[in-house]
Design a protein around this ligand. Structure first.
Ligand code: PLP
Length: 392
């Protein structure tokens, strides 16, 4: 037998292991020092009360013969898809419930969507990038081209008519840079995709953090329905990182290479996915109720305030950064020309603060650093004070 040799082309990911190793070594050598972690990409606040009630109610129903449920529909229960469609409508975007697939999260679907595309497509990702887009396409043997994000373009790469790409991953607000595309910028990508017969795979996992008028969905842009698929997640929106639920939207009119993309994805899901559990779909629907949206807003505001605290310290220090406003991530230029890992060590040794070196997300991340707002408020305030004292 033969393995999929494309796996040999994966670059080992040492980023989080290396961060943990350096942090643990420091803590061991300096047991009297209190280290604060602002590198964490996972949420820390508990699920909202309406979500817990819905989970319990869903579980109780499974214990009663009359309300017991077996396999769910592959694409999700109608009530969950209608709740998601209602959420889009509140944000001014119309998508039909039957264009929505309830998923177990955006990682699975952004990683698996390639199943329906040929291996000879050219994939474009931005650099820096959420690594799933890269690794899943290396596994499939596709050629990847990188669109550089730099200080010059505000870490928002724009389409280049000289570069041919068939599949384009965009993530806005972005992980790791926190930068978010405005409507004009997204329109340029949509026009590029329609003109070049490409597909945009739009990851909106952080849409709930948008506070200004940046679009919260690619489908807010004219023309997107004929060129885009959108992935979203309740992980950061509602603290579902451990509960697992997301959704993928494929407009019915999206056609490429003579095939209806929605139908292809349905076929793929029917073959390889048996759906999301009933209590979790109940919980997801509860998030999008009036009460649910009010309750998740509290947690989102907590993280947003942390982000504002970090960003305003960088403003005071005169350090260039993106994010922090429409995003839980703050992406800063390492001071004094330091490299990403150099700054990591400097911050750990002198302020006992841990962040994420930007080069772990791609070449263009060298010299940059990611801080996150998912931590505890008091720790965020203390970390920021330490950073200010160190860098002022
Ligand atoms: N997409 C982006 C850009 C992310 O940063 C993450 C998680 O960090 C995900 C997707 C994964 O989301 P989920 O928990 O829904 O799988």
């Amino acid at each position: 037998m033969k393995i999929n040799k494309n796996y040999d082309n994966l670059v080992p990911s040492y980023l989080f292991a290396e961060i943990a190793a350096r942090t643990n070594a420091y803590i061991k050598a300096n047991p009297d020092k209190r280290v604060i972690k602002l590198g964490i990409g996972d949420v820390t606040l508990p699920l909202a009360p309406v979500v817990i009630d819905a989970l319990k109610k869903g579980a109780d129903e499974l214990g009663v013969k009359e309300t017991f449920k077996g396999y769910p529909e592959y694409e999700g229960y109608d009530f969950a898809r209608e709740a998601v469609a209602g959420y889009y409508q509140r944000n001014g975007v119309t998508v039909a419930p039957d264009e929505i697939f309830i998923s177990d999260g955006a990682k699975s679907d952004t990683g698996n969507i390639g199943d329906i595309f040929g291996a000879d497509n050219v994939v474009m990702v931005t650099d820096p990038v959420y690594p799933v887009y890269v690794d899943s396409n290396i596994m499939a043997g596709r050629k990847i081209v990188y669109a550089s994000c730099t200080r010059e373009n505000g870490f928002l790469a724009m389409p280049d008519d000289h570069v041919q790409a068939d599949i384009i991953y965009l993530c806005s607000p972005n992980n790791p840079t926190g930068a978010a595309y405005n409507a004009d910028q997204l329109k340029a990508w949509v026009d590029y995709a329609n003109k070049n017969d490409a597909i945009i795979l739009y990851d909106a996992a952080y849409e709930a953090f948008i506070t200004d008028d940046c679009p919260r969905s690619i489908f807010a842009i004219d023309g997107a329905r004929t060129c885009a698929i959108e992935f979203c997640s309740l992980s950061k929106t509602a603290g579902f990182t451990g509960t697992r639920c997301g959704y993928t939207v494929i407009p019915k009119e999206l056609v490429r290479d003579g095939h209806n993309i929605h139908d292809l994805w349905y076929r793929r899901e029917a073959t390889k996915f048996n759906g999301v559990s009933y209590p979790v779909q109940c919980a997801a629907a509860a998030v999008f109720s009036d009460e649910g949206l009010a309750q998740i807003r509290e947690s989102l505001n907590y993280y947003k305030e942390n982000a504002r605290i970090i960003a305003s310290a960088l403003d005071e220090l005169g350090i260039y950064y993106t994010g922090g406003k429409n995003s839980p991530y703050i992406w800063l230029e390492c001071p004094n020309g330091m490299g990403s890992w150099e700054f990591f060590d400097y911050l750990l040794r002198n302020a006992q603060v841990v962040g994420t070196p930007g080069e772990g997300f791609g070449k263009c991340g060298e010299g940059y650093f990611r801080l996150t707002s998912f931590g505890d408020r008091d720790n965020t305030i203390e970390a920021v004070e330490r950073i200010k004292n160190l860098l002022k």
